[in-house]
Design a protein around this ligand. Structure first.
Ligand SMILES: NC(=O)c1ccc[n+]([C@@H]2O[C@H](COP(=O)([O-])OP(=O)(O)OC[C@H]3O[C@@H](n4cnc5c(N)ncnc54)[C@H](OP(=O)(O)O)[C@@H]3O)[C@@H](O)[C@H]2O)c1
Length: 386
């Protein structure tokens, strides 16, 4: 044990000189927009072999028997809603596995699922929700379903139809949390990334219009809680000031390379809680949508701290965000990984020295920069420090 600690200390001292994950690789611009469809995925998952898919399906179906279930803790939001600290992410899941992954997650104790129309799989997610309600694993009121309003529906009269489309695809009559997916407004229409001559077309309608539309959905009972995603401090403040209903969540990218401590402090003062995506570093997200920043899960310090604590790197990164008082959205298509994340929510909290060591990795670098997806829009959120 003593020798492990000594190795750890030496490692931390030399880490800053040796870490290979400090460089940011630049990438080619994203490809042309996908063809217009009514339900689309702007993010195509990497393909897995048939044999691998069969193996994962088998493991997902046996997940509960193999790993057991945990009761994921909840936190109270400023409107009184109780949100599970862990939600299952559903972007980029292999399409053949979506229903099995969501079902397995619910059997392992997940109660929150993060969805969006642009993930292109709301129907498969909805099928799993209905199956798990029908077989008695869970009730609707125990579930906490999150969906998001895409950028082509910010115009006020388009908000309710967009929400109703998601509800219909999910097979639900309300969502627990509805977020404005990001603050940039795109030209209205069926194409989620409307381009002419490869140039993204913007809309003059503002995210405040979208917010007022969502307030109407809360009044109608289609949405229980309302929130934001990818909003910077100025944009959060504007919604807090102008809205009659206050946002309860800002879902943003968070990991040790993007600690978000300043945004968190700003939001907390306005009773807006941070919910984190990309917590593990978004490995597997197609390169066209990412900056090329190395995933935090592969950072040598993360590896060594996790080993020292007897947890996996993924569990360390999840525990880090939870210890900061945030909720997390984590995606996995494997039973063992789903189970690891659930277990991290009931593990002992990290001590403050470990939290400080991870926060010291911050370099204010993000994976999701929306390159070619609104980075020239006047409301692009990442031009200011936080
Ligand atoms: N609001 C937004 O704009 C926004 C943007 C991005 C993402 N999101 C949401 O956040 C979710 C998660 O984001 P993300 O997928 O970018 O990032 P992530 O959760 O940091 O990373 C997911 C990757 O980590 C791997 N992984 C999961 N558990 C693991 C474990 N225990 N050990 C090792 N690797 C593990 C997964 O692979 P396996 O499948 O092999 O486990 C997957 O490749 C999305 O699905 C989506 O719901 C929201």
């Amino acid at each position: 044990m003593k020798s492990l600690r000594a190795v750890l200390v030496i490692f931390i001292i030399v880490y800053s000189k040796l870490s290979p994950s400090r460089s940011v690789v630049s990438r080619a611009p994203p490809p042309a927009a996908p063809a217009p469809r009514s339900t689309v995925s702007v993010e195509q998952p990497a393909s897995a072999s048939t044999h691998e898919l069969q193996q994962r399906l088998h493991e997902l179906r046996a997940a509960r028997a193999q790993y057991g279930a945990v009761s994921v803790p909840r936190v109270e939001l400023s409107d009184g809603a109780r949100m599970p600290v862990l939600a299952l992410g559903t972007a980029n899941l292999p399409p053949e596995l979506v229903t099995a992954v969501v079902s397995a997650a619910i059997e392992l104790g997940y109660r929150a699922v993060d969805t969006a129309p642009v993930y292109g799989n709301e129907r498969e997610v909805g099928r799993a929700l209905r199956d798990k309600i029908a077989d008695g694993t869970v009730t609707r009121s125990e579930l906490f379903i999150i969906s998001k309003l895409w950028s082509t529906s910010h115009r006020r009269d388009l908000v309710e139809p967009a929400c109703r489309r998601s509800l219909e695809a999910l097979g639900l009559d309300y969502v627990d949390l509805y977020l404005i997916h990001n603050p940039m407004s795109f030209k209205e229409g069926p194409n989620p990334i409307p381009k002419i001559a490869n140039v993204l077309q913007y809309s003059e309608h503002d995210y405040l219009e979208a917010w007022f539309g969502i307030e109407g959905l809360v009044k109608k009972g289609l949405v229980r809680s309302a929130g934001l995603s990818n909003f910077n401090s100025v944009q959060v403040e504007r919604v807090v000031e102008k809205g009659r209903i206050k946002p309860v969540i800002n879902q943003v990218e968070c990991h040790p390379y993007l600690s978000q401590l300043r945004l968190e402090e700003f939001c907390a003062a306005r009773r807006v809680r941070l919910s984190c995506f990309g917590v593990l570093g978004s490995k597997g997200t197609p390169g066209d949508y990412t900056s090329g920043l190395a995933p935090a899960i592969d950072d040598p310090l993360v590896t060594v701290l996790a080993a020292g604590l007897g947890v996996t790197p993924a569990q360390l990164l999840i525990s880090y965000q939870l210890r900061l008082g945030r909720t997390v959205v984590v995606k996995s298509s494997r039973a063992s990984h789903l189970s690891q994340a659930a277990a991290a929510t009931v593990a002992a909290p990290l001590d403050s020295a470990t939290v400080a060591a991870l926060s010291a990795l911050n370099r204010n670098k993000r994976i999701f920069t929306f390159k070619g997806m609104g980075d020239t829009h006047k409301n692009y959120p990442f031009r200011i420090p936080f």
